[in-house]
Design a protein around this ligand. Structure first.
Ligand code: SF4
Length: 372
């Protein structure tokens, strides 16, 4: 198809995309500087269809956040609470296990488990929680703990990242989600999340996980005080680690939601910025298989359009989302499987239910089989 490119800076980028060549730092900056969103989307769609044809993936999952108590106080966050905050909560093991079985009748294939950095919950406590989940839901994949949580548990336990990951894996962790990466630029990180591990430590923790054979996702938080150059730097650092380990499955660009955070003077991202970040990620991350348009964060409407701007996944049923809703998200906390199918079919894509590792799933309402 012949496409009209308004911005001349994008013509060499298009030539590289058509030839299947890797994009440079400067190409990435050009993608972020242009307002020619249709050209960027067109190029991202070329790559997306080359990799996945007409398929859009989704999954039937449930989020579990065992606690919102957190010692870190990141300025970007509306979820974490101090331990004495009357609104803070910490679930018991029994409450976690009970919550895991609640929600939609459809059998979930994945529990996505993340939470705050609690000053008292120990690594043993989390391992017992995982073993209890595995015992009760042996078929369900446990995608649990951001690199930030893993590094915090290692520090509290006074053991290495590797030993921590081994203990979590032996207790039931099957893979790791990609949160906590935020933006790797140190000057920005010092302002938005200065108590959190730095970018190098995030990368090093992901490297250790991948070396142990644990797959993970990866993310980037955009729409706060970062520049286009910061975004490109972040993407290239993820791409370099992926060249080395091959352990990232999916990249999820996450829009900053400012409500109820100390940075709430910053405006919310627009659909234009959300689509630009999906497309730029698809183009820069040539070695990460999947780009997810996380509907909770960007709304189901934008997630639909994103399937034409580089995204091949719109995430899952989720059931009970807390982190973005504490920051003012107005989307529902979960979607039924049928609604996800409609969002994908209306966009002209073919829905494929996947498990966490993108193996197709065949199901009835209450049971599922992973097709290997
Ligand atoms: S972003 Fe994570 S580490 Fe930072 S305060 Fe919120 S829950 Fe804690």
């Amino acid at each position: 198809m012949q496409v009209v490119i308004d911005d001349a800076r994008l013509k060499p980028v298009l030539a590289k995309v058509e030839a299947g060549e890797r994009l440079s730092f400067d190409d990435g900056v050009a993608l972020y500087r242009t307002s020619d969103i249709l050209a960027v989307g067109h190029m991202a769609n070329i790559v997306r269809e080359r990799l996945h044809g007409n398929i859009t993936f989704f999954n039937v999952n449930r989020h579990i956040n065992p606690t919102d108590v957190c010692v870190a106080s990141c300025r970007l966050c509306a979820f974490g609470k101090r331990v004495r905050d009357p609104k803070a909560y910490t679930m018991s093991h029994e409450q976690v296990w009970e919550a895991a079985g609640h929600g939609y009748s459809e059998a979930v294939t994945e529990f996505h488990i993340v939470g705050g950095l609690h000053p008292e919950l120990t690594l043993d406590w989390y391992c017992d929680m995982l073993r209890g989940l595995k015992q009760r839901f042996p078929q369900v994949h446990l995608k649990a703990f951001t690199m930030v949580e893993v590094a915090y548990l290692a520090r509290r336990q006074k053991i290495s990242i590797r030993e921590t990951l081994e203990l979590l894996r032996d207790a039931g962790v099957d893979s790791l989600p990609g949160g906590g990466a935020e933006i790797f630029s140190e000057p920005v990180r010092r302002i938005i999340c200065d108590h959190k591990i730095d970018g190098n430590e995030w990368i090093e923790t992901a490297r250790e996980a991948h070396r142990l054979g644990l797959k993970s996702n990866c993310t980037m938080l955009y729409g706060h005080i970062e520049t286009g150059e910061d975004r490109v730097d972040h993407l290239i650092r993820l791409r370099e680690l992926q060249d080395e380990t091959g352990g990232f499955v999916t990249f999820i660009p996450l829009a900053f939601h400012p409500d109820n955070t100390p940075l709430q003077h910053i405006g919310k991202t627009t659909g234009f910025t959300d689509l630009k970040n999906i497309a730029a990620a698809r183009l820069m991350l040539d070695n990460i298989p999947h780009i997810k348009a996380y509907w909770v964060m960007m709304t189901p409407r934008i997630a639909q359009v994103a399937q034409r701007f580089g995204a091949d996944d719109i995430d899952g049923t989720v059931v009970e989302e807390k982190i973005y809703h504490d920051a003012g998200a107005t989307t529902s906390q979960g979607l039924r499987r049928g609604e996800l199918l409609r969002l994908i079919r209306e966009a002209g894509r073919e829905p494929v239910e996947r498990d966490t590792l993108y193996r197709p799933v065949q199901r009835t309402e209450s049971t599922f089989t992973v097709l290997v």
